[in-house]
Design a protein around this ligand. Structure first.
Ligand SMILES: Nc1ncnc2c1ncn2[C@@H]1O[C@H](COP(=O)(O)OP(=O)(O)OP(=O)(O)O)[C@@H](O)[C@H]1O
Ligand SMILES: [Mg+2]
Length: 318
């Protein structure tokens, strides 16, 4: 069996109503056991891409292969293998939390005992046990999102597609979900695709990240590689205890590889990749010259800076 879970080939989706090309000639391979983060600003095409993969939208052209086979959304295999949690919550309002999970579970023909166990496990994990008898319509927004998550995972799918599921969750649930997804992908060799415009989450959770803008994939790599290739580096600001001149700047420059060092009043500015690992040598070089560093400020590069360098615009904001 191939180690590639999903292969997307030259995929394009044009919405007929407004001629918007939401996905534009996209090629992408997603591996088994991988958490793949789709990062992009509002309107980038993330939801459209997910909905085409899931089969809820028809592509205009191109192919999607699942385990080497062409997509057939009517097949039982597809249905059982795919879990989808949409950006907009969707459930039966007049059923309780438990009834929603049970009903969706029965559509997958999961044996009763197993279904019960899975539901209880998800209710516990997503802190919904105390709310299981509540009508879905009476839940808070965050609880509704958690119910939606549980509904997408109840059949224990092989591939899980999560569209902006971290939005509106409290930190406790975010942390739980974070651990749950990591476990799910690594232990069981399952594949997760998450979309988000929250770069911190995508950065921390994803094995690889695809940066999407205007329907095009601008870069695909590990967060680390993206930052090293496209990022502009971390910035260190070192406040020095007394007047200094360019000699000190030159010493700092020599203390480690690949530093860009500047003097700015009482501060030495250092621009470099992976600055934290270089701090000890930099500090030594300053102290060896008889100076003291009063304060160190570090601005870490992020996927945001990668995005800006790729597109020339900011990730946040509509
Ligand atoms: N049903 C639709 N009909 C027509 N155009 C659409 C439709 N849905 C989305 N679009 C357009 O397609 C483009 C991509 O939208 P999409 O919802 O896929 O973006 P997104 O990356 O998920 O954004 P967000 O971060 O806001 O969720 C946008 O220009 C949007 O206006
Ligand atoms: Mg979206």
């Amino acid at each position: 069996m191939s180690e590639i879970a999903i292969q997307i080939q030259d995929l394009t989706k044009v919405y007929k109503t407004n001629r918007v090309k939401a996905v534009d000639s996209l090629d992408l391979e997603i591996n088994k056991g991988e958490i793949f983060g789709l990062l992009g600003p509002n309107g980038a095409g993330k939801t459209t891409l997910i909905r085409v993969i899931v089969g809820l939208l028809k592509s205009s052209s191109g192919h999607i292969l699942f385990d080497g086979e062409e997509l057939n959304i009517n097949s039982a295999k597809w249905k059982h293998h795919i879990g989808y949690v949409p950006q907009e919550t969707a459930f039966w309002k007049n059923l309780t939390v438990y009834e929603n999970l049970n009903l969706i579970g029965t559509t997958y023909n999961i044996p009763n005992k197993e279904l019960k166990e899975r539901i209880n496990h998800l209710l516990e994990g997503l802190y919904l046990v105390d709310h299981k008898k509540k009508l879905a319509s009476k839940l808070s927004g965050g609880m509704q999102r958690r119910l939606n998550l549980a509904m997408g995972m109840v059949h224990d799918p092989q591939i899980l597609l999560l569209d902006e599921v971290f939005v509106g969750l409290d930190p406790q649930t975010r942390n739980y979900l974070y651990d749950y997804l990591r476990d799910f992908a690594s232990k069981e060799n399952k594949t997760i695709i998450i979309t988000s415009h929250l770069m911190e989450i995508v950065d921390a959770l994803s094995d690889r990240v695809g940066i999407l803008d205007l329907g095009k994939m601008l870069a695909v790599d590990t967060p680390e590689n993206l930052k090293n290739t496209h990022g502009k580096g971390d910035i260190l600001e070192l406040e020095i205890n007394k007047e200094f001149n360019e000699d000190l700047v030159a010493k700092v420059q020599k203390s480690e590889k690949d530093l860009v060092v500047e003097k700015k009043d009482q501060i030495i500015l250092v621009k470099t990749l992976n600055a934290i690992s270089k701090i000890p040598e930099i500090l030594n070089s300053i102290e060896n010259e008889g100076f003291t560093v009063l304060d160190v400020k570090i601005t870490k590069q992020s996927l945001e800076t990668v995005f800006i360098s790729l597109t020339g615009k900011e990730l946040r904001g509509d």
